[in-house]
Write a protein that binds this ligand. Structure first.
Ligand code: HEC
Ligand code: HEC
Ligand code: HEC
Length: 423
């Protein structure tokens, strides 16, 4: 709890600094019913401006396709292309193309394709095509299905390989020639190669053991930051001297609709805006300090069941927008969150298991063992966009707020367990 004296002093200091005025609880007649609002800096962006993609991530510009922030993808074809039924393709080249990870992950991401898939961790998010050569499909139909499957199935999750420029006509001919050679069931060398036998990953490590989970450093680091005095002489500790007690459920109530910002506010964005307004420190989203503080605030609420406030009309509208965004097809691969984490959930996409939304949120921010880094949920959203060749948005984008709010709603009641550990 805040000591009244402290708040008064800080309010004075900060008014002098010209940033905001703290509303001191108890000064109003009906103090019991009035909850004090946490000061927030509301004018500046909470992340680096202009946003610059993380070092090491692909640098492609995908602005001619939809993102979660803008619509640009060209319309789907309405008619199959007339190309006749004598496609002369090179099946050997086709066999290489279907396994080419540089072409949007290519076909083996979702389909088992006979011998082509063996030992290359094919996925099973789509039907096994090992015997498609016996299906009596015409060349023209196969060509069009690969070129842009939406012409036959508007609901498909299959990327438009031709119309979005992954393969040219000759390459699709080669792929069709290869598909026609597929006439016998796939034989796998090991159970791991077969996506239907590959065991789903189970995370069993003790995520609160600092030897098992290097992200526990963030909890240590945040406790130092908590007491670190800013240039104006304030630390978090000046106003919150017993965070373990004060914040033992707070993170489980986030994110929330924030009228002062007219958007959904996450823990990480709160940290940026509240720190700036109170101590004057700048801890932008996706910096080490911000991640550490977010891990700590979540850690303090470990074990608390997620319970967000969706009662206001604005909150309900945000959830609805989040739902729509999660179904928006984006990027060159033209995929939506609901394609991978809905229609194809609990299947493999290549060697990666696709989880469903429930259970995807309780462990964030989380340690990525494959990257030796802590990711907050916004960075995860960004990767799930860049990976399907869509442009990501800055982490404080209002669209991510809506999406996170919707994800939180699907995770209601699940207990926080932070920092998590994931591959
Ligand atoms: C993201 C997953 C995904 C990827 C990657 C993918 N497909 Fe598909 N594909 C599907 C799904 C799902 C179907 C089932 C029908 C549908 O939903 O359109 C399908 C159906 C097909 C069919 C029709 C099969 C039939 O007889 O009905 C063909 C042919 C096909 N895919 C070829 C390919 C080729 C070739 C590639 C690579 C260039 C590829 N697919 C990559 C998801 C995928
Ligand atoms: C000048 C005083 C002051 C400082 C410094 C301060 N806070 Fe706060 N904080 C408040 C007030 C006022 C509230 C509103 C709730 C309350 O009265 O406890 C609040 C609320 C919070 C909440 C709960 C949010 C909510 O919506 O109720 C968190 C979490 C928090 N602060 C974290 C921090 C962190 C982290 C720091 C250090 C960067 C910090 N605070 C520094 C005054 C301060
Ligand atoms: C091409 C398929 C694909 C699409 C589309 C996709 N994701 Fe993912 N996503 C993955 C894969 C693969 C992983 C890592 C494996 C896993 O944990 O499911 C992942 C992981 C995640 C996780 C972390 C899961 C965990 O338990 O740690 C979240 C959250 C998530 N995605 C959200 C989204 C959202 C929101 C969207 C839409 C904006 C989206 N994804 C779009 C493939 C996809």
């Amino acid at each position: 709890m805040i000591r009244a004296g402290m708040v008064a002093t800080s309010a004075v200091a900060l008014i002098v600094a010209g940033t905001f005025a703290v509303v001191v609880a108890g000064s109003s007649a009906n103090a019991q019913t009035k909850t004090r609002e946490a000061p927030l800096e509301t004018k500046d962006a909470a992340s680096m401006q202009p946003w610059k993609r993380y070092a090491g991530w692909p640098t492609r510009d995908m602005s001619k396709y939809n993102s979660l922030g803008h619509l640009a993808t060209p319309p789907a074809p309405t008619e199959p292309r007339k190309i006749g039924n004598q496609i002369g393709g090179d099946a050997a080249n086709g066999a290489k193309l279907v396994a080419d990870r540089n072409r949007g992950g290519s076909c083996l991401a979702c389909h088992v394709m006979g011998s082509a898939g063996n030992a290359d961790l094919p996925g099973n998010a789509a039907p096994d095509l090992s015997e498609i050569g016996n299906a009596g499909r015409e060349d023209e139909w196969l060509f069009n299905y690969v070129y842009d499957a939406r012409v036959y199935n508007p609901e498909t999750i299959m990327p438009p390989w031709g119309s979005h420029g992954f393969f040219n006509d000759q390459e699709i001919n080669d792929i069709v020639a290869f598909l026609k050679t597929l006439k016998s069931p796939a034989a796998f060398k090991t159970a791991l190669d077969d996506p239907n036998k590959r065991p789903a990953p189970v995370e069993k490590r003790d995520n609160l053991d600092s030897i098992e989970n290097p992200a526990m450093w963030a909890v240590e680091k945040a406790q130092e930051l908590w007491k670190l005095k800013s240039a104006s002489g304030f630390s978090c500790n000046s106003c919150h001297s017993d965070p373990k007690e004060t914040f033992k459920t707070w993170a489980a109530s986030m994110p929330k609709w924030e009228p002062r910002l007219d958007k959904v506010l996450s823990v990480e964005e709160f940290v940026t805006r509240h720190a700036k307004a109170t101590t004057g420190t700048v801890w932008l989203m996706e910096t080490d300090e911000n991640r550490a503080m977010s891990v700590y605030l979540h850690f303090l609420a470990n074990g608390a069941p997620r319970k967000i406030d969706t009662s206001s009309a604005e909150a309900k509208a945000a959830i609805e927008r989040g739902k729509v965004l999660s179904a928006r097809k984006v990027g060159q691969l033209n995929m939506a969150c609901t394609d991978c984490h809905g229609k194809a959930a609990n299947h493999w996409i290549r060697g990666q298991w696709l989880g469903e939304p429930k259970g995807q949120y309780d462990h964030f921010p989380t340690w990525r063992t494959s990257l030796l880094a802590i990711w907050d949920i916004r960075q995860r959203f960004q990767w799930c966009q860049v990976n399907i060749r869509a442009d990501e948005l800055p982490p404080d984008a209002k669209e991510y707020g809506d999406l996170e709010f919707y994800l939180a709603m699907q995770n209601e009641g699940l207990k926080l367990s932070v920092p998590g550990i994931r591959h």
